[in-house]
Write a protein that binds this ligand. Structure first.
Ligand code: BEZ
Length: 237
């Protein structure tokens, strides 16, 4: 088989984030090594100078300080060249006024990936959707460089950046408090206590009178975790 046809395995949740060096709008980066100790969202978009992508970059850049509070850096990528990236980001800042967002400066790095090296490594090119453009992929990577969440959206569907922030906070909450987060969880909602691993613990849980724990059944117990505690624990001073 010719080298260019060799399939590259897609990274999965729990894998170490594949390493690469790349040129970006903020200089060269060494990924994920230079982000060790930080959370990082690596995300792709199909193309510069396109409307959905423009709306996404404005939304993401506007929320960048919120992500920073949770020690989370942002890194974008598309299969475009550096000068296209620079021109597009300048246009966004100088000309685009959208949904109350204007004069938006994208300060996070945007990778140029004309060679598709990074896009292919991360399974961002999905030929059923496009052979020349990356889909809207999102990789949430933890301070140890492990992939913790992967999301993929098609070309036509803009992402929800409040949801991405929720994902980061939920992952950090799970790590910090050793809990899980139920459907539609938002900080301040009850969290899930790890399922009982023995008959004895199951029995204790059902008989417990602890005020802040509520068991719907032995395998499904929730407890209170207030938003202030989460924010104080997770955010930078
Ligand atoms: C957009 O960002 O608007 C877009 C990009 C590629 C294909 C379709 C839409």
């Amino acid at each position: 088989m010719e080298e260019q046809n060799v399939a590259i395995p897609m990274p999965r949740i729990g894998d170490k984030a594949p390493s690469f060096k790349a040129v970006t709008t903020q200089g060269e980066i060494n990924f994920p090594e230079q982000y060790a100790g930080n959370w990082v969202i690596l995300f792709s978009h199909p193309a510069d100078f396109t409307p959905v992508c423009t709306s996404e970059f404005m939304a993401f850049a506007t929320l960048a300080d919120e992500f920073e509070k949770y020690n989370c850096k942002l890194v974008g990528l598309s299969i475009d060249g550096l000068y296209s990236h620079i021109a597009w980001l300048r246009t966004i800042k100088e000309k685009i006024d959208y949904k109350g967002m204007k004069n938006v400066e994208v300060k996070f790095p945007l990778i140029e990936d004309i060679s598709m090296n990074v896009a292919k490594k991360y399974g961002m090119v999905q030929p059923g959707e496009s052979t020349t453009q990356a889909v809207r992929a999102v990789f949430v990577i933890d301070p140890q460089g492990m992939i913790r969440t992967i999301l993929y959206y098609p070309l036509s569907l803009g992402r929800n950046f409040d949801e991405l922030l929720r994902v980061v906070i939920a992952l950090q909450t799970a790590d910090a408090f050793k809990v899980a987060t139920p459907a539609d969880w938002r900080p301040g909602d009850d969290v899930i206590v790890p399922t009982a691993g023995s008959c004895g613990v199951a029995q204790e849980r059902m008989e417990s009178k602890a005020a802040d724990v509520h068991c719907h059944d032995w395998f499904f117990c929730t407890k209170k975790l207030d938003k202030e505690t989460i924010t104080k624990t997770l955010t930078k001073k």
